[in-house]
Design a binder for this molecule. Structure first.
Ligand code: SF4
Ligand code: SF4
Length: 156
C-alpha cells in the first residue's frame, strides 16, 4: 500500500500567515461541521474535512478554482463553536487569499475582487441605482475614497 506524505511545506506557508497557524490546533472533533449551514446544503463541503486537508497539506486540492473552500458562506458559526480556537472560517479565508494571489480563484471571484480594488464598490454603480434611490427618498451614494481603500488593502 502506498504511503501518503504530509506536505509540511504548505503547512509552513499557512503558519506564516496571520490566522493560518491556528490550523495546527484542530483535533477533528467535527463541532464546526455540525453547525455549518454550507455543509448542510452541500455534500462537497465540510469544514472539518477542509481542516483535515490542511493538516495533511493537500495544497493542490485546496488551492484551485473548483476547491470546496469557495462554498463557505463566511457566516462565522464555526468560529464560535470550535473548542480549540482553530477559527475554521479564518483558515478558509486564508486559503482563499492564497488562491487569489496565485491566480487560482474562480473567474467571478477574481472579477469581483478586481472591481472592489479599482472602484471601491462591489455592485456596479449605475444611473438606474441613483434614480431608484432618489425615488425611495434615499441620499445619493458618495464615491468611495480609493486612496484610503488602497491603504487599507496594503498587506505589507
Ligand atoms: S476546526 Fe475545531 S471544531 Fe472543527 S474539527 Fe477542528 S477542532 Fe473540531
Ligand atoms: S463560516 Fe463557512 S465553514 Fe464556518 S460555519 Fe459558516 S459556512 Fe461553515
Amino acid at each position: 500500500m502506498e504511503k501518503s506524505k504530509i506536505n509540511f511545506k504548505f503547512r509552513e506557508k499557512l503558519n506564516k500567515t496571520l490566522e493560518g497557524k491556528h490550523h495546527n490546533y484542530c483535533y477533528q472533533c467535527g463541532a464546526c461541521a455540525s453547525i455549518c449551514p454550507a455543509a448542510r446544503y452541500s455534500e462537497k463541503f465540510n469544514p472539518r474535512n477542509i481542516l483535515l486537508m490542511t493538516l495533511t497539506g493537500l495544497e493542490d486540492e485546496l488551492i484551485r478554482k473548483d476547491s470546496p473552500i469557495w462554498l463557505c458562506t463566511n457566516c462565522y458559526s464555526c468560529y464560535e463553536r470550535c473548542p480549540q480556537d482553530v477559527r475554521p472560517i479564518e483558515i478558509i479565508i486564508t486559503l482563499k487569499n492564497i488562491a487569489v494571489e496565485e491566480g487560482k480563484a474562480p473567474d467571478e471571484i477574481t472579477r469581483f475582487s478586481e472591481a472592489v480594488e479599482k472602484t471601491g464598490e462591489s455592485v456596479v454603480h449605475t444611473t438606474t441605482v441613483d434614480r431608484r434611490r432618489e425615488a425611495l427618498g434615499l441620499k445619493k451614494l458618495e464615491k468611495p475614497e480609493i486612496d484610503e481603500l488602497k491603504k487599507l488593502l496594503e498587506t505589507e
